[in-house]
Ligand binder design. Structure first.
Ligand SMILES: *[C@@H]1O[C@H](CO)[C@@H](O)[C@H](O)[C@H]1NC(C)=O
Ligand SMILES: *[C@@H]1O[C@H](CO)[C@@H](O)[C@H](O)[C@H]1NC(C)=O
Length: 289
């Protein structure tokens, strides 16, 4: 597990304060999200361990702490490829620096293929409890998920139900990273309408398109789930697929879109990318400003 995704919360009600002071504002945004979702943290911060929440320098940490939600990626679907004890120290340190930050463990990922038949919900729950995270992010990206008329949507919902059976709504936070064309293909609707998701991270990157229609995609998603549960995604360059390259101007424009559509915020994939220009911390700063 190495990458981290950041969810940066934006709220029109605190947008003026956003310009004043980063850390205080971030705390306020966290409170706004918490009130809306009525989520209680299952973990109280303890003394920081010696491990760092990320491998980067000071500014990277500052920006990381400004986010409301941090996703660690990836844990595999049997929870057997990472060490919860090691991660626990990182999460404790993150939470001691940023009380109120929510930590989710991202299951699956783009390289994991289809894992709906190889899922161990109890092992995942035990891992999450052991490392002190607040919940999970379902990242199911079987190669049929971008196609219409596939069984991806059925599989996605089935995974979500099985995870929610052991990690119930209100006790654990659940999000899902979903495909840019998820509504157009029909693969996203069932899970969006299930009532089982606190947040949806729309992966509006890694497409063959040079220009990404963020607004069109987010409006499609908002037809099936409350807009305040939706995060619009940007990827730190270079993207894994296609030639689109996120700029700082584009980050600002996506942040304005998040406010205009009353979304939960913007998320960045991913924080620990070394080859990126702009870097994820630079993108994060532009989004918060
Ligand atoms: C998870 O990772 C472990 C250790 O690498 C491996 O043995 C197992 O097959 C993986 N499970 C899945 C579902 O990928
Ligand atoms: C996890 O890491 C800790 C030390 O960080 C070690 O003591 C423990 O044996 C590891 N667990 C597994 C299952 O490898």
């Amino acid at each position: 597990m190495q990458g981290a995704i950041l969810g940066v919360g934006l709220s029109t009600s605190v947008s003026l304060i956003l310009l004043v002071l980063l850390i205080i504002v971030a705390t306020l945004v966290t409170v706004v999200i918490k009130n809306k979702q009525n989520i209680s943290s299952s973990v109280s911060p303890t003394s920081p361990s010696s491990s760092s929440p990320n491998s980067g320098g000071g500014s990277k940490k500052t920006q990381m702490f400004a986010s409301n939600i941090v996703l660690y990626a990836f844990l595999n679907s049997t929870a057997t490829d990472a060490n919860a004890t090691t991660l626990k120290g990182q999460i404790q340190r993150l939470k001691s620096k940023r009380p109120g930050v929510k930590v989710l463990i991202s299951i699956g990922g783009g390289a994991a293929g289809s894992w709906s038949n190889n899922l161990n919900p109890t092992a995942i729950k035990n891992f999450i409890n052991s490392c002190g995270a607040d919940g999970f992010n379902e990242d199911f990206e079987a190669n049929t998920c971008w196609n219409s008329g596939s069984d991806c949507g059925t599989k996605h919902l089935s995974i979500l139900k099985r995870l929610r059976a052991v990690m119930p709504v209100g006790k654990y936070i659940a999000s899902s990273a979903m495909w840019l064309n998820g509504v157009a293909t029909g693969n996203a609707q069932a899970s969006l309408q299930s009532g089982l998701l606190d947040y949806v991270m729309v992966m509006s990157y890694d497409t063959k398109l040079v220009t990404i229609n963020y607004e069109g995609a987010m409006k499609e998603y908002a037809k099936y789930i409350d807009s305040t549960k939706l995060f619009v995604g940007v990827e730190a360059p270079v993207e894994g697929w296609g030639s689109h390259r996120t700029t700082i101007e584009e980050c600002k424009s996506v942040a304005r879109l998040a406010k205009k559509l009353d979304l939960a915020g913007v998320f960045i994939w991913h924080f620990t990318k070394a080859d990126s220009s702009p870097t994820a911390p630079e993108m994060s700063a532009a989004i918060i400003a």
